[in-house]
Design a binder for this molecule. Structure first.
Ligand SMILES: [Zn+2]
Length: 504
């Protein structure tokens, strides 16, 4: 007697279809073949105990389980449920059509279902492969139910699964999270730009960053409010689109963070500590877990105290900053994870923090300052369009400001500017390819002349040239201007302080 049951395995952030075939014949031994990992080999012990807890019986015959495709290593305990169902079907204890149902779930010895990782990826795969029903553990069902077009049952025990297969009408379909659960990651305390008086130039730089998708580095002495300002960046970015929300939630679901659902929420905001390892930052391990840069996908990665991060960790950001994905290769897998994030970073100008401070003396040697700044120089800096000097709070002009913009007001402007860019060129200004920079960021002869003079005077590189043009394009877009004017250009130049003030 034989039966085939379907499941799925998470690979990277997607899932692959897995078949579980069981053949029962005279004999006494149990086997699993088809490249099972250790946890899958142990599955039979859990399955036997769970089947008996459910009041059914494990056949005292030769039970051969073949998992396909044979070339793919199967890891994790999520195949317990499909293996159990397959054994019950092959032994004639479950005489049902199982071709349109996909199963995933770990079993405890007494038959309870335990959650699996990557339920959204599994559900998307099931739908794509034409299954009409998905059965998985209760804990996973709200995230799975986010995916429309497939029936999802979240169940608590093997017994319930059997009952549900026999009479689905007795069970309710799972629903996506609603109401209070529908919050974003790390539900941000009500952080608003209106709480910050002064620092107009920095707030403006944050708005430019959010509107054009420009990576930003804030550089200034301790206590100047860099972190406070950066923490408010998510509040001015446009909300996630439905597609982005599904993509981001899928990554969290693979990372076993299914409590994080991103619908109708602000963008993810990740703030790893500077002691983070490169695996924590870019992902890896076995099973493969997404790193901070993938958890920040469609959102913001904020690196406070940038030069304190390990050099290797900072270097590992170069590929994803350019490609917006990260390729992770290990002996057992090869995966591309999405990593399209806005990089925001903050740093002191020197180890003591007071280099070029208007009122305090820096105690660092020129050599130690050079070493400190060099930690982030080069290719990484090249990918940061905005490098903004944050003045100490006491020294910012405290003009009486009649009205301070709230984050909501700024967010509205950011959205308008974003839509303008998408209409014109399909991408944000920061992502413009070189040939499109020529097309969309051209300067009139007078502006061009001045630009070249400034570049020469500050010995700015060819890369800086393009970066400044893209930022000027965003500033012009914020002003609703077709062309990049002198004012837009000079403001963009003033937002490259590292080139001009520190690395000379
Ligand atoms: Zn110093």
């Amino acid at each position: 007697m034989a039966a085939t049951v379907y499941s799925a395995a998470v690979m990277g952030i997607d899932a692959e279809l897995i078949t579980v075939e069981t053949r029962i014949s005279p004999g006494v031994q149990y086997f699993i073949i088809g490249l099972p990992g250790e946890s899958v080999k142990e599955s039979l012990f859990r399955v036997e105990s769970a089947i008996e807890s459910a009041g059914l019986h494990m056949p005292r015959q030769k039970v051969l389980i073949n998992m396909g495709p044979a070339g793919l290593r199967k890891e994790g305990a999520g195949f317990d449920l499909p293996i159990a169902i397959s054994i019950l079907a092959a032994s004639g204890q479950l005489d049902l059509d199982l071709d349109k149902t996909l199963f995933a779930g770990e079993l405890s010895l007494n038959g309870y279902l335990r959650p699996v990782r990557g339920a959204i990826a599994i559900t998307l795969k099931a739908r794509k492969a034409g299954f009409d029903t998905l059965i998985l553990p209760t804990e996973n069902s709200p995230e799975a139910a986010i995916v429309s077009g497939i029936k999802v049952y979240g169940l608590a025990t093997l017994q319930e699964v059997i009952a549900c297969l026999r009479r689905p009408s007795d069970f309710e379909l799972s629903l996506p999270p609603t109401g209070k659960e529908k919050v974003g990651i790390q539900p941000l305390p009500k952080l608003d730009f209106a709480d910050i008086s002064g620092q107009q130039k920095i707030k403006r730089a944050m708005e430019i960053s959010a509107a054009g998708g420009h990576n930003i580095l804030l550089i200034g002495p301790p206590g100047s409010g860099k972190t406070m300002i950066a923490n408010r960046l998510p509040g001015i970015m446009p909300k996630l689109t439905t597609e982005e929300a599904l993509e981001t939630t899928k990554i969290y679901s693979v990372a076993s963070r299914s409590d994080q659902v991103f619908f109708e929420s602000c963008r993810p905001f990740r703030k790893p500590h500077h002691t983070a390892s490169d695996i924590a930052m870019v992902g890896g391990g076995s099973p493969l877990m997404p790193g901070e840069i993938s958890l920040a996908h469609n959102g913001i990665l904020f690196l406070d105290e940038l030069p304190e991060f390990r050099k290797a960790v900072l270097e590992s950001l170069r590929q994803p900053l350019e490609a917006k994905t990260i390729t992770i290769s290990r002996a057992s897998y090869n995966a591309d994870l999405p990593a399209d994030f806005l990089l925001a970073a903050a740093m002191n100008p020197c180890p003591c923090g007071y280099f070029k401070h208007p009122g305090r003396k820096c105690s660092c040697s020129p050599e130690s300052i050079r070493r400190y700044l060099q930690k982030i120089s080069g290719p990484l800096l090249d990918r940061i369009d905005l490098q903004v000097k944050v003045p100490p709070v006491a020294y910012t002009a405290q003009q009486p400001i009649l009205k301070i913009d709230t984050s909501a007001t700024i967010a509205k402007r950011v959205l308008t500017t974003l839509e303008r860019q998408i209409r014109r060129q399909g991408v944000q200004n920061a992502s413009l390819a070189p040939e499109l920079i020529k097309k969309h960021c051209s300067l009139a002869p007078a502006e061009h002349e001045l630009f070249l003079t400034v570049l020469q005077k500050h010995q700015l590189s060819a890369r800086s040239h393009d970066r400044i043009l893209k930022v000027a394009r965003t500033i012009a877009d914020m002003a609703g201007s077709e062309n990049i004017g002198l004012l837009h250009l000079s403001e963009a130049i003033s937002l490259r302080c590292l080139d001009q003030d520190y690395f000379q």
